[in-house]
Design a protein around this ligand. Structure first.
Ligand SMILES: [Zn+2]
Ligand SMILES: [Zn+2]
Length: 276
């Protein structure tokens, strides 16, 4: 017995010493490629250069409204049927490695995907909305039943990551009241009809702060709102909102959310996603 314990201890010491000498390599979450050198990815989890090659970032030549690429200042679809939100921007196109990584987070709960997607969201925010001084981040909500089944809402997780990194206030302003049939309907009009009344204002919303400066700014702002006695004022009133989701497709979900936010007297609603 005692002998066994001693052997166990020896084994433990040996394993520990080995792990110090040869640390477990950081691996690319998509293909498993092991980064060999310290400079190759120990600091931050990321994709290997091979998997990162097929990412098409959305940087310029975008539709001013929906952020689609290569179709003039305002794309034909946005001209035909205007969106409720002011603008939507995404980090990259929804295909290849980006799609695989989002699906890994969404359906397999792969947490290694999280910091990579989060950093991309931060980058897209800096790129497209970086100069905006006062914004609140609102995640696109999931139906409570669906969220309970999955255990988390990827939009919420991404929004919290963004807020922590950029010290922006986070506001769970919305609730999803219908479980949704968005998978079965395809055109924007069909989705729009399916999503009518799908979101409401969260009755018990609270602002979460990641910096004292943002807290002070918002408190000062709320005091002014109270002094001005804005009718029906809530935490959304007078705010510039950035709505966060993992993917935007037709924009019907974002429009339905924006409708509720504008009804709650938001000044502007823009959308930020990892992919489109
Ligand atoms: Zn890889
Ligand atoms: Zn457009």
């Amino acid at each position: 017995m005692r002998h066994a314990r001693k052997a166990n201890f020896r084994q433990h010491v040996k394993e520990h010493a080995l792990s110090l000498l040869f640390p477990e390599p950081v691996r690319c979450p998509l293909c498993g490629y092991a980064f060999r050198h310290l400079s190759q990815g120990i600091a931050k989890p990321r994709l290997c250069s091979n998997c990162a090659r097929d990412i098409s970032e959305l940087t310029f030549g975008l539709c001013r409204v929906c952020g689609r690429t290569g179709q003039g200042a305002v794309c034909p679809e946005c001209k035909l049927e205007p969106h409720v939100f002011f603008a939507a921007r995404a980090f990259a196109a929804y295909d290849g490695s980006v799609e695989k990584l989002i699906k890994a987070l969404k359906y397999q709960g792969d947490t290694r995907a999280m910091p990579i997607l989060g950093d991309w969201l931060v980058e897209a925010h800096e790129r497209h909305y970086g100069d905006d001084g006062h914004v609140v981040i609102v995640p696109v909500p999931m139906h409570p039943t669906k969220q309970a089944r999955r255990g988390y809402n990827q939009a919420e997780v991404l929004a919290a990551y963004l807020c922590r990194k950029l010290k922006l206030p986070l506001l769970h302003a919305l609730t999803r009241v219908d479980i949704g049939s968005s998978q079965t309907t395809h055109t924007r009009l069909e989705r729009k009809q399916a999503l009518h009344g799908a979101f409401t204002l969260n009755a018990d919303m609270r602002m979460k702060f990641y910096s004292l400066a943002a807290y002070r700014k918002t408190m000062r702002y709320n005091r002014i709102m109270r002094q001005q006695r804005v009718r029906g004022a809530n935490l959304v009133t007078g705010q510039h909102v950035i709505l966060v989701d993992d993917v935007i497709t037709t924009g019907a979900t974002a429009d339905a959310c924006a409708e509720v936010l504008f009804a709650a007297q938001a000044v502007s609603v823009c959308v930020l996603t990892v992919a489109r």
